[in-house]
Design a protein around this ligand. Sequence first.
Ligand code: FAD
Ligand code: N01
Length: 528
Amino acid sequence: MPDHDAIVIGAGFSGLYQLKRLRELGLDTCVVEAGGDVGGTWYWNRYPGARCDIESLEYSYSFDQELEQEWDWSERYAAQPEILAYLRHVAERYDLRRDISFDTRVVKLDWDGERAQWTVTTDDGATRRARYVIAATGCLSKPSRPDFPGMADFAGEVYWTSSWPHEGVELAGKRVAVIGTGSSGLQTITAIAPVVERLTVFQRTPAYAVPAHNGPIAERLAALRPRYGDFREESRMTRAGFHCAEENSTFYVDTEPEQVRAEFERRWLDGGLCYTQAFRDILTDVDANEAAAEHVREQIRRKVSDPDLAERLTPRSYPIGAKRMCVDTGYFEVYNRDNVSLVDINAEPIHRLTERGILAGETEHEVDVIILATGFDAMTGALNAIEIRNGERTLREKWAAGPRTYLGLMSEGFPNLFLITGPQSPSVLSNMLTSIEYHVDWVTHAIEHLRAKGLRWMEPDPEAEENWVNANNDVADLTVMPRAASWYMGANIPGKRRVFLPFVGGVGTYRQIGDGVAIARYHGFELA
Ligand code: FAD
Ligand code: N01
């Protein structure tokens, strides 16, 4: 007899909702979480300035209208403490913590085909058995920690944005270096620049960033509340799982230059990630993409007073949108401050860390603190960190040349192992909350179906999986997305096979496919 009906790995947005849904189904469910409390991303990433880039109105659960009506978001883009407080509230409201084992990491999963159950081994040596395992392990939960030569020699403090100390870090009056200029780096840099004595930013690739125009949200929230349900329903069928004031249906190639400019300008003033939805062909047409990129470059030139510095901060080497866009709150303006300087590490490579700081090019930059904002082994990292085994086969080996899934939900050969926002689903190209809720609901219905029919397991047909992998790659190749050395491509991790990881076909389309598969009695899956 298994110890539980289901084991969920991870207690972030995905794992918490999955626990709630499986309980409602009457399943004995246990959650195993490596961290010390709920929150996932928002438990670990406590660096200064951390906040969401999807508006809080949508970067929140939609499954309970009472929760939706009662929770007050204070800002258009909530900061990390507020999002973590929300997740803690959710855990308490639905009494979720009693089924969660914290400070416990899953290290191994073994499928027993005869008993149709998984044996789950944790880092304390304990094992638990369950019929279903749901990996709610997160797309951005395994930090990438490049090993800079001389790290052990540095006598000062070193922090990673992805595991920021809970007690906070005193940076006032200190000389600080930040390595990395993705979203985490940008947010950190913007927040700490006014506080530190001296800030030196080490940039490998400049980022495209659009302004957040963050601010209080109370009025909009009040206006939205009477129709919140409809608003959510609309989001579910959009391209990226959230509203843009207007999801543009016009093409750049059909638009006059003055209108193009006006549209970019309007989106820039609105702020946020809707910028790249100004025209339908921004991610598929090189000229449209270049026009959108050039408008951002123009804004950088406007914001940064020193033209040489502006040029060094200007992204030119990859299409806009092909790396996750950053949403900023005064990032470029930071470089107008006297206490901030930029080191372009393409021109002046980091040779090593020294006792006193960082040696880049010919210069030793003396600092008290080094902050590393170097990103994540995205989408497959947390899954591949677990030894997932069915007899002789491991998922890690199967995925050595890139992940293989059907709908990003399951992988052939690993029955009853469900993935929440797995590779080859819209996941990181969307408002993750829309995608998480969809996957959790889909998995819950699939398990309900298995139980109602007296079936013991399900897994994808090899052919359905092959078709989905090919479709995923084909759709990506229609876009400019694979042209950047991005974490979407696995390019940030040495040795990782470069394949485009998320499904680029859009949230609404994906949902129609997923619903169709379920309605057609799980077409493309084998159930027994
Ligand atoms: P996570 O929140 O990553 O939770 C996964 C949990 O699983 C973690 O707590 C981890 O400890 C645990 N875990 C992993 N492996 C194991 C194991 N082997 N054993 C036990 N436990 C394990 N997305 C957006 O859509 N909008 C945003 O604005 C946004 N902002 C972000 C900001 C930051 C700083 C980062 C890093 C990501 C952001 N994301 C954003 C993506 C974000 O990860 C998702 O929105 C969402 O929080 C993911 O929830 P999750 O529960 O799926 O995964
Ligand atoms: O990570 P990143 P992140 N030497 O991979 C550089 C979400 N998120 O944590 O671009 C020197 O984007 C690397 O350089 P390059 C969001 O989805 C959202 O910032 O590889 N530099 C890059 O500049 C986001 O996309 C928010 O050339 C090195 C940086 O480090 C995702 O999480 C906030 C290096 C890493 O940027 C990841 O963002 C935070 C090396 N060896 C995160 N290795 C919101 O705003 C890497 N770099 C909501």
